[in-house]
Write a protein that binds this ligand. Sequence first.
Ligand SMILES: Cc1cc2nc3c(=O)[nH]c(=O)nc-3n(C[C@H](O)[C@H](O)[C@H](O)COP(=O)(O)OP(=O)(O)OC[C@H]3O[C@@H](n4cnc5c(N)ncnc54)[C@H](O)[C@@H]3O)c2cc1C
Length: 457
Amino acid sequence: MSNRYDVVIVGAGTAGSYAGHLLAKNGFSVAIVERKRVDDIFKVTGDAIGSHHVESLGLGLESGVAMIHYKGADVFSPDMSVRYRVLGEGYGLDMSKWGPWLARQAVNNGATIYERRSVTAPILDNGRVAGVKVTSEDGHGESEVIGKVVIDASGATGVVRSRLPSNWLISEPLLPEDASYAYREIIEVDYDIEEPEFIKIYLDNNISPGGYWWLFPKSRNTMNIGLGIWGKLVKEKGLNPRQNYEKYLANSKYVHGRKIIHSGGGIVPTRRPLKSMVGPSILAVGDAAVAVNPVHGGGLGPALESAKLASDAVAAAFEKGDLSMKGLWSYNTSYLKVYGIKQAKLDVFRLMLQSLSDEEINKGLKARILTEDDVLEISIKGSMSIGAVRRVRAGAKLLSVPSLAVKLVTALNYMKSIGSIYERYPSDPGSIDKWSVELISKYNEYRKKLGLPMMMN
Ligand SMILES: Cc1cc2nc3c(=O)[nH]c(=O)nc-3n(C[C@H](O)[C@H](O)[C@H](O)COP(=O)(O)OP(=O)(O)OC[C@H]3O[C@@H](n4cnc5c(N)ncnc54)[C@H](O)[C@@H]3O)c2cc1C
């Protein structure tokens, strides 16, 4: 079997399999290296995906891959006195079918999957990534897979990009303060879940400090239930999502008659986009590229979108005969245009949300300073209309929590100014350092207002 390919993809999760499918379909020779067996590809998630992600990419879901069709999300205040109902269609997936289904589509289009092989390091040659070192999980020893281009799709650990030289932009580390640590169970309960067609999100800084806890029905009496804690608090205070689950949810009325079907946890990147998702002959997609919604942690849709945009950039780079960082740069610009600018704005909003107390959230939601439509607009566009901002400013002033008014208005202003810096993202790598200085300086201005430590780079 050949070990030389046009494209080597590390990881057959959502992003890697979809990129493999698209590139193989486009006629490239593609190898995907995956540490699990194809039939065992399974990601611990909340299992929810917005239907627009599936539909816009024309992914006709195989029967059984989606277990339930959602109509929207209910968001509850910490004191449970307020419920926001945000409409929006989605699916609750069966991840044991989703992963293998996507991987098989890549194979059906001509990709080769090396199962039970773990990538241990990138191979560097002449200042570019030339392949990966692989170790077999079946005791077949070490080997190399050589590629003209390598795509890191290994999830939040970013096994390739994190091992690249520290002065490469793509190797920017994922810090705990830019991540959420989550634990969840899939369980059966002995009661009928109310309105299973609505996912339920609960804001509560005791149960899920700096995050939220969720109950995503999978049927009338099965659910995905879990919580996420801000990584900064995990690191600084030793908090643990599983312990909080056991303490607050495992004996609650929500899990009455709990029979555990599956349990597990993971890390969710919740930050602005990487300064560059490409390097010389290397790209990152999905969680490896921190392509996740920083507010709600949804990453399945962005994993698919980033895989599509990366595949387009790879095809264009092959056509130009330029697989350098410059040749692949169009992935950065197209990603920002399609999703990244919104991601950056939502990261600004996320930092503000993480600075709020339960009292501030209760009062803010009760006063409906942000309406359901505002929440929807922010989640779709990452911004609000000028009229809506004026209304928020006026409404917030009337509140008896001036700190919330200040934080909300400050966040909306910085979403705009930081968003506009991302709109001026350089069209080639030449002026990225200058751009980066401007971005860090604006972020630090904002972080100072929230009482957060300064970012260094
Ligand atoms: C608890 C939790 C709940 C979540 N809930 C939701 C949700 O409800 N909706 C949503 O949209 N998103 C959710 N997310 C985020 C979402 O799961 C991810 O953003 C998404 O799965 C990322 O897909 P990916 O393909 O980039 O990475 P992954 O799905 O992590 O795939 C990476 C693949 O790489 C393989 N791999 C890793 N290292 C190596 C190696 N060294 N060699 C070879 N292979 C390797 C892995 O086995 C895996 O198959 C949640 C995340 C967590 C942790």
